[in-house]
Design a protein around this ligand. Structure first.
Ligand code: GDP
Ligand code: CA
Length: 311
C-alpha cells in the first residue's frame, strides 16, 4: 500500500502506535485525528491533553516515563500558582505552560483549534499532520456515584476512583468534524483505530456527528488494535470503566464497540482464544504482539498493521 493513512488516537496509548507509524510513513501519508473531549481550561489557559501528548511524542519531546508531558520538566509556576490559592491538582509543567499560553493566544486571536495545532506542530518540527477531531467544543463528562465529573476531574483529581454509570460527550451533537479529518478521510486508504480508551478517547471522536456513518461507509481497510490484553487495560481506567458499564473486560468487548466500523482487529497472543468471538461480530481477528514497551515494538506493530493492506 502506498496510500494515505488516517489514525484515530487519544493520548498515551494512541501516541505509542502513532510514533511507530510516523517512523515508517512519510509526513504526507499520515494524518492523526486526536480526541479533544479531554480539553479543559486551567488558569485561564486552553489545555488539550491528548493533542499535546501526540504532538510532544512526534516532536521527540515527551516524557519517556509517563508518556505525557515534557521530558525534564519542572513545576515552579504551578507551585507559585498554589501560593495564589489556585488549584494545583492538574500537573502543568513550566515548559508545558508555554504550549498552553501559545494555544490560548492563537485561539483568542481567532484561530481555530486546527490552526492553533498546526502552528504549534510546525514550531516544534512535527511534520506529520495532527488534527483535532473537531474545532467545536466537545467535553467528555462521567456520571459517577460522586456526581457528574468532567474528564480531567475524574481521571486526575479523583484518580478514576468513582464508579462510572455513564459517559457523556457534551456538545458532540452540535459539533462538526474538523476539515483536516474530512479531507484525510477522502484520500485515506486505511483507517487505524489506535489502542486508545474506547470510552474516553475514541468514543468522543466517534460521537462527532457523521463519524460513525463515515467509518461504516469507508471504502478502504479499517484496522483496530485492542487496548485490553488478558482481561485488563495496560494502563488507565479502561478496564475498570468497562466493568462498571456492564461490559466484559476483554478485547472482544472492545471490538463490539467498533462493530461495523472495523475490518480487522489486532489482539494479543494471550487473547488468541477470543478470535472466534471477534469473528462472530463480523470483524477479522489478527493475533499479534500488541504490547509496545519500546520504540522497536511501536515500529513493529505499525509495520504489521500497514502490511495488512497488502494481504
Ligand atoms: P490517554 O488519553 O492518555 O488515556 O491515552 P489513550 O486513550 O490513547 O490510551 C489509553 C489506553 O492505551 C489504555 O486503555 C491502555 O490499555 C492502552 N495502552 C497503553 N499502552 C499500550 C500498549 O503498549 N499496547 C496496547 N495494545 N495498548 C496500550
Ligand atoms: Ca486523554
Amino acid at each position: 500500500m502506498d496510500g494515505h493513512v488516517l489514525a484515530l488516537a487519544g493520548g498515551v496509548g494512541g501516541a505509542k502506535l502513532v510514533l511507530g507509524l510516523s517512523r515508517i510513513l512519510p509526513p504526507e501519508r499520515l494524518t492523526v485525528v486526536v480526541n479533544t473531549g479531554d480539553d479543559e481550561e486551567f488558569h485561564g489557559l486552553h489545555v488539550s491533553p491528548d493533542l499535546d501528548t501526540v504532538m510532544y511524542t512526534l516532536a521527540g519531546l515527551a516524557n519517556p516515563e509517563t508518556g505525557w508531558g515534557l521530558a525534564g520538566e519542572t513545576f515552579n509556576a504551578l507551585s507559585m500558582l498554589g501560593k495564589y490559592g489556585a488549584e494545583t491538582w492538574f500537573n502543568l509543567g513550566d515548559n508545558d505552560l508555554a504550549t498552553h499560553i501559545t494555544r490560548t493566544r492563537l485561539l483568542r486571536e481567532g484561530a481555530t483549534l486546527s490552526e492553533a495545532t498546526e502552528e504549534l506542530c510546525r514550531k516544534l518540527g512535527v511534520m506529520h499532520r495532527v488534527v483535532p477531531m473537531t474545532d467545536d467544543r466537545v467535553r467528555t463528562t462521567l456520571s459517577t456515584d460522586s456526581g457528574e465529573l468532567a474528564m480531567q476531574d475524574y481521571f486526575v483529581r479523583w484518580q478514576s476512583e468513582p464508579k462510572v454509570n455513564a459517559v457523556n460527550y457534551v456538545g458532540a451533537d452540535s459539533a462538526s468534524p474538523s476539515r483536516g479529518l474530512l479531507e484525510a478521510l477522502e484520500y485515506a486508504e486505511m483507517v487505524i483505530f489506535c489502542p486508545s480508551n474506547p470510552f474516553l478517547s475514541l468514543g468522543p471522536i466517534l460521537a462527532v456527528p457523521g463519524l460513525r456513518v463515515l467509518m461504516k461507509g469507508f471504502g478502504g481497510i479499517r484496522v483496530g488494535v485492542s487496548p485490553i490484553v488478558g482481561g485488563a487495560a495496560l494502563r488507565g481506567p479502561a478496564g475498570k470503566m468497562m466493568a462498571e458499564l456492564g461490559e466484559a473486560v476483554s478485547c472482544t468487548a472492545v471490538a463490539r464497540q467498533y462493530e461495523e466500523m472495523l475490518d480487522i482487529f489486532l489482539i494479543d497472543h494471550e487473547d488468541a482464544a477470543h478470535a472466534p468471538m471477534i469473528e462472530g461480530i463480523g470483524i477479522q481477528a489478527e493475533v499479534a504482539s500488541i504490547i509496545m514497551n519500546d520504540d522497536d515494538d511501536k515500529v513493529g506493530l505499525a509495520r504489521h498493521i500497514l502490511a495488512l493492506a497488502n494481504g
